[in-house]
Design a binder for this molecule. Structure first.
Ligand SMILES: [Zn+2]
Length: 304
């Protein structure tokens, strides 16, 4: 079975669309995956699963089917040893043996149904994403990127040397250098940073020096500085857009935000707000684990 890589409209903010059903694929647990040529649904990414799947409905011939999950699928080249037992099979999520975007593979958005939809291949499906949930996830995802920039700035004085990676504003990129995991939900983005030996080797200082207190003691002040910066950006109603080099699910997209300090950009496969004035407030809470090895930022957007 040869399927083309799915075209996606979620980067521009779409929540509805229409497309032909190309395949229906049985999944474990009696569930079924519907593949369409194009979709507004954002699937969970199998390589970096930060933003949860869109939910919603798929309507074929007047019958509305609930999309209970949305996953990334991939089909290897026919006859390839890692394309599944027979080659050319649809593999799902963690079973995909190659990294996102491998050009020999087709990359699919899988709309997961709880039951067999019957013979719908070749029919037109009307696709509708739960827009409220999407909006909340987009707010959390935009908040996540802004937190990264504000945290990098607040922690910049703690680098003894240039770690060799800076963000869009020229600050040492603590966010990407220390990132252990980043997870969004409809309420917040939770970013976990590892403050281990390798970060220290790169030049980061968590201990007290003559210039600043130990990270644990500086936390209230750092939190305040980050939140002041976030409030300023929300008040500036900065514009947000996603640069899309192509319509394919696997295109390398980039988040752009026109902040007062300049244009910020971060590679990103998720969905976002269109401008920061869609928020009434964005605040983060910084927590340090007792042994000081982990910094956790929980960033909550309040929508206007
Ligand atoms: Zn992102």
């Amino acid at each position: 079975m040869t399927l083309p890589t799915t075209h996606v409209s979620f980067p521009a903010g779409a929540v509805t669309g229409e497309s032909t059903v190309l395949a229906v694929h049985p999944l474990d647990g009696g569930r079924y995956a519907v593949v369409t040529g194009a979709t507004p649904f954002h699937p969970l990414d199998h390589t970096w699963p930060d933003q949860p799947a869109d939910l919603g409905t798929l309507t074929v011939d007047g019958v509305e089917l609930a999309v209970v999950d949305c996953l990334t699928g991939a089909v290897g080249p026919e006859g390839s040893p890692d394309g599944g037992p027979d080659g050319g099979q649809v593999l799902v999520g963690a079973d995909i043996p190659v990294r996102r975007g491998d050009e020999e593979w087709s990359w699919l958005v899988l709309h997961v149904l709880a039951a067999d939809p019957g013979d719908i291949v070749g029919r037109t499906a009307a696709l509708a994403v739960d827009a409220g949930r999407r909006g909340a996830l987009s707010a959390s995802h935009s908040g996540c990127h802004l937190l990264a920039l504000a945290l990098n700035e607040a922690l910049a004085p703690r680098w003894r040397k240039d770690p060799g990676r800076t963000d869009a504003f020229g600050h040492p990129d603590f966010d990407s250098l220390a990132m252990a995991s980043s997870v969004m939900d409809t309420e917040a983005s939770t970013d976990t940073y590892r403050l281990g030996k390798s970060l220290r080797k790169k030049g980061f200082t968590a201990e007290a020096t003559e210039e600043f207190p130990a990270l644990a003691d500086a936390l209230p002040e750092l939190t305040e500085a980050v939140n002041r910066r976030l409030a300023g950006w929300v008040a500036a109603d900065a514009r947000v857009r996603i640069d899309v080099p192509g319509p394919e699910l696997t295109a390398r997209r980039e988040w752009h935000c026109e902040l007062p300090e300049g244009a910020a950009r971060i590679f990103c496969g998720g969905t976002h707000l269109h401008h920061l004035g869609e928020l009434a407030e964005l605040r983060t809470e910084l927590r340090l684990s007792e042994d000081g090895s982990e910094l956790v930022a929980v960033t909550r957007p309040k929508r206007a």
